[in-house]
Design a protein around this ligand. Structure first.
Ligand code: GLA
Length: 665
């Protein structure tokens, strides 16, 4: 079943309204709602007194329309009676300040008292709904994140490092605490990397970031254990924030979930000027799909202007439908819109739902209702079908954390660099999987590991094995600089990858924003290609075995290699030594695809996106027009558009924001 639905907060509205809501939902084609993830004070109004009758009534109204329910555990928004129990329950920020009550996510994920109350509410909910025929799954908490620097975390962190290092002398040696006399004689001396301590020891800071991520993973596990035991028939998920969120290791967070869910707001109050680009959205989809290498749910897809204090640009006609189909095209097996009706009060008064405050079913409702008709028709043919990608990109949360601690250059952003490279493949309609550094890469023709700054021995071995067996590996500047403990390696860079890349970094340069260099391609494959400009971080390369692909043309390293290609085992390794702009990666992506024998799924004009999903041997081709103008494409064979049943062949027009889902006729 393809689930199509909405996030619903019946507790915000009078009960008389609920049947009207359910009817309108059903008319929109909705067959699922997510409920209750912020309703702790409604389910446990005072300590130990649990009331689910209101929720039971809401669910049975929905059930009458055959609408299934995903329940949220309400731990993201604890009630005042609970947070009033102790100031220690509150998270402490990086600057040492405790957060205060009044928004949400105020809690420390390591607080035993918070765990105790979490266990109670989750157990009660799970027991109450285990056998409810309308309930199909659980969302744990809501958008985990934010590091806590409280004394409980400090103590837990000390225990955490203790389990990671054999003894203090190993820790002292690995963190290099001899520097500035930080040598610890007692585990209890190990501090937290608060901003008040200025720039911390990178080894300590990275371990703390890992610990914070592990803390949420453990807190989630506490809830998973209860739900699995009590509700074996239900799935368990958590709603994640896509590629952009950078405080948690999402691979770890996803590991014990049954499925990954994504929240997506392309137009929001923090980016009034522009809508999140289609390639950024696609990267988030690919990341969510990559976490468990399986399809994901869209748990919150924007359904109106987003905003807390201000109101964002409203989704243009056709945009919400296009966003939804884009996530389906990349592996979403369910679309749930956020939220049903815009709240009249609270911080999210202006975070609009499908209905405005007045509940009038307007333009946005009508658009999604039309989509509901389509989903009824095509959902069953799509659900469970697979995205098969010939290319993978390695996402390293360790490297990401390491760059948060030391960006290397003020203009360098690991996620932006990652996206920039991803975008070049996206534009050529090549599907890319996002994988962890230690994942099995054997299925991919091409693997790109952008700025894989921190490299473990196992990670390096994995990449080596991949190349040895015939794969094409691409790495970029500042790769292999750090070891597992965030110390700089003692080998020539790129450290553990020097041999496979057939290259050494002779010297590196970090450029100011007004400085630039440029490249000149020397391989004949690039004949006629313009010289791309580069900057930010430039590795000056010295091949030990590699062939030079491009050289620098400026500065004292003019003429020195910037990009190299090495034959290693049955495969090849490409080192891109400098940060470029889109033009550089476009040219390189074209070249790499040719070397890997990969071709775009379909040749289409700019602004059109094409992806495939496979239902066994049956190919579903998604064609999406991200432009505001009608566009013309040329089909390579005869297809049926599943959305309207029409046969299409040859030249075809796609409406602005139009979508085609094609199968061979
Ligand atoms: C997030 C949350 C939702 C809501 C929206 C809009 O994605 O999960 O509860 O707050 O943002 O702000």
């Amino acid at each position: 079943m393809f689930y199509f639905g909405v996030d619903y907060y019946p507790e915000h509205w009078p009960e008389e309204r609920w049947p009207i809501d359910a009817k309108l939902m059903s008319e929109a084609g909705f067959n699922v709602v997510r409920l209750a993830e912020f309703a702790w004070s409604m389910m446990e109004p005072v300590k130990g007194s649990f009331t689910f009758d209101w929720l039971d009534r809401a669910i049975s109204i929905l059930q009458a329309y055959d609408i299934k329910v995903v329940l949220g555990t309400p731990t993201a928004s604890p009630p005042p009676w609970l947070m009033g129990k102790s100031p220690d329950l509150f998270r402490v920020r990086e600057d040492g300040m405790r957060v205060t009550y009044g928004n949400r996510r105020e809690y420390c994920p390591n607080q035993p008292l918070y765990h105790e109350y979490t266990r109670r509410i989750v157990t009660k909910m799970a027991e109450h709904y285990a056998d409810h025929p309308a309930v199909i799954g659980w969302q744990i908490d809501n958008e985990f994140g934010e590091r806590c620097y409280c004394p409980v975390c400090a103590q837990k962190f000390q225990t955490w490092v203790r389990s990671r290092y054999e003894d203090l002398s190993e820790l002292n040696q690995k963190w290099g605490t001899i520097f500035w006399s930080h040598v610890y004689n007692d585990w209890a001396e190990i501090p937290l990397p608060l901003t008040t301590g200025a720039s911390p020891n990178p080894g300590l800071a990275l371990d703390f970031y890992r610990f914070c991520s592990d803390s949420y993973v453990a807190y989630q596990q506490l809830q998973i254990n209860i739900l699995r035991a009590k509700c074996p028939g239900h799935f368990i998920t958590h709603d994640l924030m896509g590629f952009g969120y950078d405080r948690l290791n999402y691979f770890d967070l996803a590991r014990n979930l049954d499925l990954v869910a994504l929240n997506s707001y392309p137009r929001n109050q923090w980016a009034m000027e522009e809508c999140t680009s289609p390639s950024q959205l696609a990267l988030s989809h690919a990341t969510m799909r990559g976490l468990k290498r399986q399809n994901f749910w869209m748990m919150e897809q924007q359904a109106g202007p987003g905003g807390w204090e201000i109101i964002s640009v409203t989704p243009r006609p056709g945009e919400m439908r296009l966003w939804a189909y884009q996530s389906i095209a990349h592996g979403a097996d369910a679309i749930v819109f956020f939220r049903w009706r815009t709240a009249r009060y609270g911080t999210e008064q202006y975070w609009h739902g499908l209905l405005d405050h007045d509940a009038h079913p307007g333009r946005r409702y009508e658009e999604i209702k039309r989509m509901g008709v389509e989903i009824k028709k095509v959902g069953g043919q799509i659900v469970g079908s697979q995205v098969k990608s010939p290319v993978a990109m390695v996402l390293s949360y360790d490297s990401r954390f390491a760059f948060q601690i030391q960006p290397n250059n003020p203009d360098f952003s690991y996620p932006d660099h990652f996206h920039q490279v991803y975008r070049s493949f996206y534009q050529q309609h090549i599907s890319v999987d996002i994988t962890a550094p230690n994942a099995d890469l054997s299925a991919y023709k091409l693997v790109i590991a952008p700025a894989l700054h921190l490299l473990t021995e196992a990670g390096a071995e994995n990449l080596k094995r991949y190349v040895q067996a015939g794969g094409i590996l691409v790495v970029t500047q500042r790769t292999g600089v750090k070891d597992e403990t965030n110390a700089v390696v003692h080998q020539r860079l790129p450290g553990l990858l020097a041999e496979v890349c057939g290259v050494e970094v002779e010297e590196y340069d970090s450029l100011s924003s007004s400085m630039q260099n440029a490249l000149e391609f020397v391989l004949p494959d690039f004949a006629g290609k313009a010289s791309p400009s580069v900057g930010v971080l430039c590795d000056i390369l010295k091949p030990t075995n590699a062939t030079v692909v491009a050289r620098y043309t400026r500065e004292f390293y003019a003429g020195k290699p910037a990009i190299t290609l090495n034959q290693y085992g049955e495969g090849q390794a490409v080192y891109i030594g400098a940060v470029g702009d889109g033009q550089l990666y476009d040219v390189l992506a074209g070249w790499l695809l040719e070397r890997s024998g990969l071709q775009p799924v379909l040749a289409v004009p700019e602004g059109i996106e094409v992806t495939e999903r496979w239902q066994g041997e049956r190919r579903l081709l998604f064609v999406l027009n991200h432009m505001e103008q009608q566009q013309k494409i040329e089909l390579d064979m005869s297809y049926t558009n599943l959305l309207d049943g029409k046969t299409l062949i040859g030249e075809v027009q796609i409406e602005p924001q139009g979508v085609l889902i094609l199968t061979a006729t």
